[in-house]
Design a protein around this ligand. Structure first.
Ligand code: NI
Length: 169
C-alpha cells in the first residue's frame, strides 16, 4: 500500500514519535508499505510521521533499489556517536521543491532495532550518515529546516504559507 506523504504544516511532523514495543506482522507490513511509499515518492528515506504515523520507525535506501543490502529499517533509532562535519544540500519529501545546505556530522553510528526487535549498531559516512540523522530527527519531531539559519527558514515558511493560501501545498 502506498501512503500519501504528509507535508510541512501538519503537526504530526513536529511531535516526537512513540517508541515501538511490539514487533509483529503488522509492523513488518508497515515497513514494507513505507519502502513502497518512499520509492513511489522518489525518496531515499522516510519516517513514519511522514505518513501520519507517530511511531519510531524509519526506512532508508540511499542506493534507491540498486543494492538489496541498501534497504535499512530503523526502529527506535538513536544516534550513539558522531564525528566530523559535512555540508550538503538537503531536502525532505514533506517539504517538496525546497532544498538548503545543511551542515551535519560526517560520520555517524546509530543503534536501532530491526523488524524482529533485534538491536544493531551501524556506522555510516556522508549520504547514509546524513539519512540516519535526518530520519532520526523526524522521529524526534524535528525537520532539517531547524538546522538552517532563521532568516532562510522564515523565508521558506513564508513561501510555503503563500502556496498554502493558493491551494498549492
Ligand atoms: Ni525528511
Amino acid at each position: 500500500m502506498i501512503y500519501p506523504i504528509v507535508k510541512f504544516g501538519n503537526p504530526v511532523l513536529e511531535k516526537p514519535s512513540e517508541t515501538v514495543t511490539v514487533f509483529d506482522e503488522e509492523l513488518k507490513k508497515l515497513t514494507e508499505d513505507m519502502f513502497e511509499s518512499m520509492y513511489a515518492a522518489h525518496g531515499v528515506g522516510l519516517a513514519a510521521p511522514q505518513i501520519g504515523i507517530g511511531r519510531r520507525i524509519a526506512v532508508i535506501d540511499v542506493t534507491f533499489k540498486e543494492d538489496p543490502d541498501g534497504k535499512l529499517i530503523l526502529i527506535n533509532p538513536e544516534i550513539i556517536h558522531t564525528e566530523g562535519r559535512h555540508t550538503q544540500s538537503e531536502g525532505c519529501l514533506s517539504i517538496p521543491d525546497f532544498r538548503e545546505n545543511v551542515t551535519r556530522p560526517n560520520k555517524v553510528t546509530i543503534r536501532a532495532q530491526d523488524v524482529h526487535g533485534k538491536v544493531y549498531d551501524k556506522t555510516a559516512e556522508e549520504l547514509l550518515a546524513r539519512a540516519f540523522l535526518h530520519e532520526t530527527d523526524h522521529l524526534n519531531g524535528k525537520l532539517y529546516i531547524s538546522h538552517i539559519s532563521a532568516l532562510k527558514r522564515d523565508l521558506m515558511k513564508r513561501k510555503i504559507r503563500k502556496m498554502m493560501k493558493a491551494g498549492e501545498w
